[in-house]
Design a protein around this ligand. Structure first.
Ligand SMILES: [Zn+2]
Length: 438
């Protein structure tokens, strides 16, 4: 007999649909609708069960909601559970459904944000409502935060809140949020759950070459365009060596073990082949990367400009930042200098401790075939923003048990983004165990 669904399992899909319908597309230039409508859904659903959320607008329409659930043991540090309310825009013409209708079809909820990350927003909301209705208390304080602007750097969300309202996060030492906790099926008796414990750092570099300006018909041995082009080619073509952080080494060892293949440090490709489309998340975490993305120089065919510039998107591994810049500088050469357009940190935490043990136990209780493994992601999330400002140890943990054939990675910012309703219900059960017992 199938056990009856809990209240949270019952309503999590409806809440997810409601949040998807509240279009919160973030164009990154302030032209979008903002997160107010989505934040109002959260506020209203909290109010319905007697929870007074704190609504904070960082700018008109940029809504954030925070609420703290008091734990039974005030000596324990608090846990932050956060989700962003904004989504990346969707071009409806490319989709099979209206991306903002939240359509239910074939057991899936379709729509922008279904996995990034109104799924988690809805799970948080469903759980909180259930806790309140049942009058249960977690052991430690749990701060629930639904925030704005993650997709454009968190300026109106996590950054704003940590800078202007740090008191809301008092006592918080750890956090869970996107992108991790999803399953990769090895065979029917073993599912790996990838928990994100590390993120690469980001460095957008402006390269500047100064030379001698002059007429295009004359001899010129100090041409800024030539010098810049050489540096850009060196950096773009650089074959960054395989560099294993502790997290990536552990990840590859675990995957190799699960699939029964050896881990050859000189050729990890057979392991990466085993994880299928998820390679999108981790493929770039075995080395630094530097991709030239913009070029700018000159204004006329016969005028040699005095300066030429380029932009490089650099991503460095946690713990190897010095190594990264040392190599970048050697590739620039003596005639090209660099400036930061944007620079943030890399993160890496260890896969141990009570929170990790609790995540593993909660997964195993709901899926006996579960084996949790840590991984590093090549992109960044709000965990970085919170971590940097508040010293919070962050994990990517949105538990979802996925069908073996689902291409989950392509859902993020993808066309026809969708999430299985059963995966949401699974997630609610796992989070319920985690938040109550930890
Ligand atoms: Zn996201």
């Amino acid at each position: 007999m199938t056990p009856a669904l809990s209240a949270a399992e019952n309503e999590v899909a409806d809440l997810c649909v409601e949040l998807i319908r509240a279009d919160s597309s973030n164009y990154g230039d302030g032209s979008g609708p903002g997160e107010r409508a989505a934040a109002e859904v959260v506020m209203a659903r909290l109010a319905e069960v007697g929870i007074e959320g704190t609504y904070i607008e960082s700018a008109p329409g940029r809504g954030n909601v925070i609420t703290r659930v008091e734990g039974s043991d005030s000596s324990l540090p608090a846990l932050l559970v956060h989700g962003h309310l904004d989504v990346v825009p969707a071009n409806a013409a490319d989709w099979s459904v209206d991306p903002f209708a939240g359509e239910l079809r074939d057991g899936y909820i379709w729509g922008r944000g279904a996995v990034d990350m109104k799924d988690m927003d809805a799970m948080m909301l469903a759980l909180l409502r259930q806790l309140k209705r049942e009058g249960r208390k977690p052991r430690r304080d749990i701060v629930f935060a639904w925030v704005a602007d993650e997709e454009a750097g968190g300026v109106y969300g996590a950054k704003y809140l940590t800078a202007n309202h740090p008191e809301l996060f008092e006592g918080v030492t750890e956090a869970i949020s996107e992108v991790g906790g999803y399953s990769l099926e090895v065979d029917p008796s073993l599912r790996l759950y990838l928990i994100e414990t590390a993120q690469k750092g980001l460095s957008w570099l402006k390269l500047i070459a100064d030379g001698t300006a002059g007429h295009g018909s004359m001899l010129n041995s100090d041409n800024a365009v030539t010098e810049l082009a050489k540096a850009v080619a060196r950096i773009g073509e650089h074959d960054w060596p395989l560099t294993y952080t502790a997290t990536v080494r552990q990840f590859l060892t675990e995957v190799a073990d699960a699939f029964g293949i050896p881990f050859d440090e000189n050729d990890p490709q057979p392991i990466l082949d085993k994880i299928g489309p998820l390679v999108r998340f981790v493929g770039a975490t075995l080395r630094h990367t530097t991709n030239p993305t913009q070029l700018d120089a000159g204004y006329k065919a016969n005028v040699i400009p005095g300066q030429a510039t380029a932009v490089v998107d650099g991503r460095f591994l946690p713990g190897f930042e010095d190594d990264f810049f040392k190599t970048v500088d050697s590739l620039l050469g003596p005639k090209v200098r660099r400036e930061f357009i944007h620079h943030d940190i890399a993160l890496e935490t260890t896969f141990d401790g009570a929170l990790v043990e609790s995540m593993i136990a909660a997964l195993k209780a709901e899926d006996p075939t579960a084996r949790a493994i840590p991984y590093c992601m090549s992109g960044g999330t709000d965990n970085k923003t919170f971590f940097a400002d508040l010293g919070v140890r962050g994990f990517g943990f949105v538990p979802l048990r996925l069908p073996a054939d689902m291409d989950f990675a392509s859902m993020f910012h993808g066309v026809d983004e969708r999430v299985p309703v059963e995966a949401l219900q699974f997630g609610v059960r796992v989070l319920d165990r985690l938040l109550l017992n930890y």
